[in-house]
Design a protein around this ligand. Structure first.
Ligand code: GCW
Length: 676
């Protein structure tokens, strides 16, 4: 039970009567989505009969912050799902015990002598086995670390939430990637860059004195999907975060996250030695600058002994960096790395750098800037590369740095917040986009050299691995603005844990945990989710189009846009339409128009399918999603009509049959941005 529910239901948490009242009430009142996928409402009747014989008591011995969290999760989860309180103790007393912990925390687990198996699972893996303990049937969740056991606990609960068999369990898992991080582009004033779900979850003005209970729910949700790192502040960084005053606030957050295995990271502004330290320069080769950072790192680790490290956006979009001082990226990254190395911290250096040179090709810019440094970064540096070379577009090829820097530890950066995908108004399930990138073949070591094998370290044996997702969370009651955007947070954690997971499996799990276990409804909703990304590509940027959105906001179409100071911030730079180019060839023109129409049709069909789910989904979330889908249809129509009207000025051809005529003139689309 999360702290929010504790607040609501006070000390009666776990009481059967209240649980039943709650279940009945939630049907009538609806569900606001706060509980995400960590809902433990009673399972359907057939599952109950099956599971009740398997789960009759919880056995978790030992005491620590993580073990306490783990025990509470198992007790609340099993009691809620089974619809009656499951007792908790430290001895197995009957058939159906669920035992969880490590060989250190649990004498029972120690007595099983699973040392060899556990050793193979590493620091975060777990196993779950159906066993006999003396005369009793039991399920044992075991790991080397308490965090591993917590991950195993969530996995076990997920099996029940998704109605999987639990009678002959034989599960062993460990994460494929070491750093599984959410990157928050949160500013210290509470706003969120590219955030569409309210304000920042970190309430800097009242921290550390007031700690929002929601922070615990955030950490818990992350632990439930294996996320183990959180970058708290925007990469367009304010150096204030590194002052003692703010570090004390960060300590309060880190303390809440720690039992859940979520370590904090901070964005470091490269000019901090000037901004905070009063130095005249931030030149990375200046000994005073290096000493300043070393002292700062020592201070941070005194405050937060398990601090993860720095994320740095340098010499990009106006941010300071080593090149300001005629030094290069390696000089900058390695200087910071040296400050963090004694504490085992890492530097995550972002590859989102693009310089404008004669004959400039934006898609090659990061490659040109960084590839020459392959092999020169310190061992505790990771280079964080966006999935594509442009900027989180609805569809992009994989970033050319993947496979091109065999001697550099590359980390993949994905974007959960839908900056270019309809904000929190559009239902777009992102894992298919991520799959497309992960499964792309770089051919860097012959065929089969996929991006996934670069990122998980298999191809070039990098010793640090990771994946970051730019977070879509905020203070909105449902966390992500759109109920379905929660699925992208969920999916990110699952994929960072296991990059092989199919999108269909992730959708199936999430729907059953979040919305309904009704098989027909699950099928319909999964169909909607799995079709949603291609539909968004269709109604926004089909056939390889990209970056044709409204300048600044990135919401709504503006292929005509040509007023930004940099050429590569303007859509006209990307589509290059003229009388000879895009849209001029008849086949391309028809195809383009038909894709836009197909995207619109998808949204209309989806609205009908969603309407038919009334009564299966609680009223509150059903109505909320229906409203968002109405906006999505309005936007899809607008995208189609605005973009086609504009390209028609070049093609000078009529719309093919089956494509609806625009409701307005091109001038009207140009006059005003689509509102969100
Ligand atoms: O896509 C651009 C965004 C910026 C962002 C930048 C980046 C944090 O429009 O808002 O800045 O990418 O990734 O650094």
């Amino acid at each position: 039970m999360n702290s929010e529910q504790h607040r609501k239901y006070g000390s009666l948490v776990g009481c059967l009567v209240i649980a039943m009242l709650f279940a009945a009430a939630s049907e009538a009142q609806g569900d606001d989505g706060y509980r995400l996928w960590c809902r433990y409402d009673q399972l359907p009747a057939q599952a109950l009969t099956r599971y009740r014989t398997q789960v009759s008591e919880i056995v978790v011995s030992g005491k620590s912050a993580t073990l306490d969290v783990l025990r509470a999760e198992l007790v609340d989860g099993c009691s809620g799902l089974l619809g009656s309180p499951v007792p908790s103790g430290v001895e197995v007393s009957r058939d159906g015990a669920v035992v969880a912990g490590t060989p250190q925390s649990s004498p029972l687990i120690k007595s099983l002598h699973w040392e060899a198996q556990l050793a193979a699972l590493g620091p975060e893996g777990f196993c779950i086995h159906s066993v006999r303990l003396s005369t009793h049937r039991a399920i044992v969740i075991a790991a080397n670390s308490e965090l591993g056991a917590l991950y195993g606990t969530f996995h076990f609960l997920r099996l029940m939430q998704t109605l999987q068999p639990i009678d002959k369990l034989d599960v062993s898992q460990k994460p494929r990637l070491q750093l599984r991080m959410l990157d928050h582009w949160d500013n210290l004033d509470g706003s969120i860059e590219r955030g569409y779900a309210g304000r920042s979850l970190w309430n800097w003005s009242v921290l550390p004195d007031v700690i929002d209970p929601r922070l615990q729910d955030y950490a818990r949700a992350n632990a439930s999907i294996g996320i183990n790192g959180s970058l708290l502040n925007n990469v367009n960084a304010n150096a204030q975060i590194l002052t003692a005053e703010y570090l004390r606030k960060v300590v309060a957050i880190a303390d809440v996250f720690r039992p859940y295995g979520v370590r904090v990271f901070l964005s470091a502004r490269f000019s901090a030695p000037i901004d905070l330290g009063g130095l005249k320069t931030a030149d990375p080769l200046d000994p005073e600058v290096a000493a300043w950072w070393k002292k700062k790192a020592d201070e941070i680790y005194q405050f937060i002994p398990d601090f993860g490290g720095f994320v740095v956006k340098a010499n990009s979009e106006g941010q300071p960096g080593p090149r300001t001082y005629n030094r290069n990226h390696v000089d900058g990254a390695n200087m910071l790395a040296a400050a963090l190395a004694p504490h085992k911290g890492v530097v995550i250096w972002r590859a989102f750098v693009y310089d404008m040179k004669p004959g400039y090709d934006r898609a090659a810019a990061a490659y040109d800037n960084l590839q020459p440094f392959d092999g020169q970064f310190a061992p505790n540096v990771l280079l964080q590369v966006k999935n594509g070379p442009i900027d989180f577009q609805p569809r992009e090829p994989f970033h050319p740095l993947f496979g091109a820097m065999p001697k550099t530890q590359l980390m993949l950066e994905l974007q959960l917040t839908q900056e270019y995908l309809g904000f929190s108004n559009h239902l777009v399930f992102l894992p298919q986009m991520w799959r497309e990138v992960l499964d792309s073949d770089t051919y860097s070591k012959g065929s089969g050299s996929t991006v996934m094998k670069v990122v998980d370290g298999r191809l070039y044996h990098q010793s640090l691995t990771g994946m970051a997702g730019v977070a879509n969370t905020g203070s909105d009651r449902n966390w992500t603005g759109h109920q379905f955007a929660q699925a992208n947070w969920y999916a990110f954690g699952r994929i960072a844990w296991n990059p092989d997971l199919a999108s269909s499996q992730i959708a199936d799990e999430w729907i059953k945990m979040t919305f309904t276990q009704d098989p027909k409804a699950v099928e319909t909703i999964a169909g909607i989710m799995l079709g949603s990304r291609e539909a968004a590509v269709d109604y926004m940027t089909p056939l390889g189009l990209h970056h044709i959105m409204w300048g600044g906001t990135h919401y709504g179409p503006a292929p005509w846009w040509d007023t930004e100071p940099r050429a590569d911030w303007n859509p006209v730079y990307y589509h290059r339409a003229d009388e000879l180019g895009l849209g001029f060839d008849r086949t391309l023109w028809d195809e383009l128009a038909l894709h836009y129409q197909r995207g619109v049709d998808w949204v209309r069909t989806t609205r009908r399918e969603w309407d038919n789910l009334a009564g299966v989904i609680d009223n509150e979330r059903h109505a909320e999603v229906a409203k968002k889908l109405a906006i999505q249809e309005r936007d899809a129509v607008w995208w189609r009509d605005a973009v086609l009207s504009y390209f028609q000025t070049f093609s000078k051809r009529p719309l093919p049959s089956g494509v609806e005529q625009p409701a307005r003139t091109l001038e009207e689309y140009k006059a005003k941005s689509l509102s969100w």
